[in-house]
Design a protein around this ligand. Structure first.
Ligand code: S3P
Length: 436
């Protein structure tokens, strides 16, 4: 059933244990690398959300046998690096920028034509950022005017490696270039302006494909092979983020979030919340399949506003909608800068968040590259439009914990792209959430 509207009564306390679903970034990559590996890859903890399923369906359409997902288990019968077949139809990436950008890189060197399309939101997102470096590598890749989808990949001469300086801190662009580099002659290197999530590099290594890292540059050589492996996907810190914020702002809260990925390129949310005074501890730290994980224990704590260090922005890029809600519940001013990328996510997350926050009576001023929030003021209820952006819907659900009146959150169906079962899990933990 499509859950389109969240009705959230004010107040509540978050308590108990919440097992959030698998990491979206790692789930995508497990399918992509498993598909082009030699042998059978077994995945556990796979995110059964629409974005990761779009990636799965794309590889099925290219002739890869994939079983599951069933209770997070997926079996991928790898076809080897040159075993993919031309898809008979455009590949529908749904709402998923990761699917479209990483597939653009992976398909650039295949020698067959493919078209990548997606939903209304995705068709507004910039793809020139991947098309440009891939064209430099010799790919024939076309977009609509302005670099918009659909992306059309045409057979080309063999690709050649490049050294690419990323103009924006983007793990998707970095990954697209590295995946194309698997099919390129010589060395492909990507230098990033700020560290971004390194799941592609780590997972390539897990598939036996070496990636060298020197400072800000990741380098690989083309024409190697990948060998199948097993992958245990940790819980998604970006999904845990809503509960970290909710428990931090709701007095009396005490919540355990088991088995969450704490890759240092993803933990900006924890660092920023701690700068604001949050009480979060990382327990039972361990390594699972090349990725560090821990149980996150969060208790309510009074938060105060901060100037978010720009060095943490890329490490928390998907968590800003939730962080803005934390800031509205913190005493004093929070200033976010250097986060213009938020404007080209599933929605313009600066404008859509500011609109919703102002509708509730929060004091939030959007800026070209961030937001200024005067926190600690009481706020009411009302209607907020998430504009079909999953993370915005879930962030406002948490805002209700401290609102004085009920909230109605519109256009929440896309919560299923990253966090199927969110509404039930949030209600179970203590958010007074009902759906329609
Ligand atoms: C992702 C990278 C980030 C992030 C997205 C997932 C990835 O995008 O926002 O949700 O899996 O590589 P950008 O690379 O555009 O910052």
């Amino acid at each position: 059933m499509m859950t389109n509207t969240f009705f959230v009564r004010p107040g509540g306390v978050l308590q108990g244990t919440v097992q959030v679903p698998g990491d979206k970034s790692i789930s995508h990559r497990s399918i992509m690398l498993g598909a082009i590996a030699d042998g059978v890859t077994e995945v556990t903890g796979f995110l059964e959300g629409e974005d990761a399923l779009a990636t799965m369906n794309a590889f099925r359409a290219m002739g890869v046998a994939i079983e599951g997902p069933q209770a997070g288990r997926v079996t991928i019968r790898g076809v080897g690096k040159h075993g993919l077949k031309a898809p008979g139809r455009p590949l529908d990436c749904g709402n998923s920028g990761t699917t479209m950008r990483l597939l653009s890189g992976l398909l650039a060197g295949q020698g067959f034509a493919a078209t990548l399309t997606g939903d209304e939101s995705l068709r507004r997102r910039p793809m020139g950022r991947v098309a440009r470096p891939l064209a430099e590598m010799g790919a024939r890749i076309e977009t609509e005017t302005g670099g918009l989808p659909p992306v059309r990949i045409l057979p080309s001469k063999p690709l050649h490696g490049i050294h690419y300086d990323l103009p924006v801190a983007s793990a998707q662009v970095k990954s697209a270039v590295l995946l194309a580099g698997l099919y390129a002659t010589g060395e492909t290197a990507v230098t990033e302006p700020e560290p971004t999530r390194d799941h592609t590099e780590r997972m390539l290594a897990a598939f036996g494909y070496p990636v060298a890292r020197a400072g800000a540059t990741a380098t690989l050589r083309g024409h190697g092979e990948l060998s199948a492996t097993t992958i245990a996907v940790p819980a998604d810190i970006s999904s845990a983020a809503f509960f970290l914020v909710g428990a931090s702002i709701a007095p009396g809260s005490d919540l355990l979030l088991p088995n969450v990925g704490i890759n240092p390129t993803r933990t900006g949310i924890i660092e920023i919340l701690k700068l604001m005074g949050a009480d979060i501890t990382l327990e039972n730290r361990r390594l699972a399949g090349g990725e560090p994980v821990a149980d996150l224990h969060v208790r309510h704590a009074p938060l105060h506003g901060v100037a978010v260090p720009e060095s943490l922005v890329a490490l928390a890029i998907d968590e800003f909608p939730a962080l803005f809600i934390a800031a509205a519940n913190a005493t004093g001013t929070t200033v976010v800068t250097g986060a213009a990328e938020l404007r080209v996510k599933e929605s313009d997350r600066i404008q859509v968040m500011a609109d919703g926050m102002q509708a509730l009576g929060m004091v939030a001023q959007p800026t070209p590259d961030g937001m200024v929030i005067q926190g600690g003021q009481p706020y009411g209820g009302g209607t907020v439009d998430s504009r079909g952006d999953h993370r915005i819907a879930m962030s406002f659900a948490m805002a209700a914990l401290r609102a004085s009146d009920p909230l109605t959150i519109l256009h929440c169906a896309n919560v299923a792209t990253s966090f199927p079962g969110f509404a039930a899990l949030a209600a179970h933990a203590g958010v007074r959430l009902e759906t329609a």
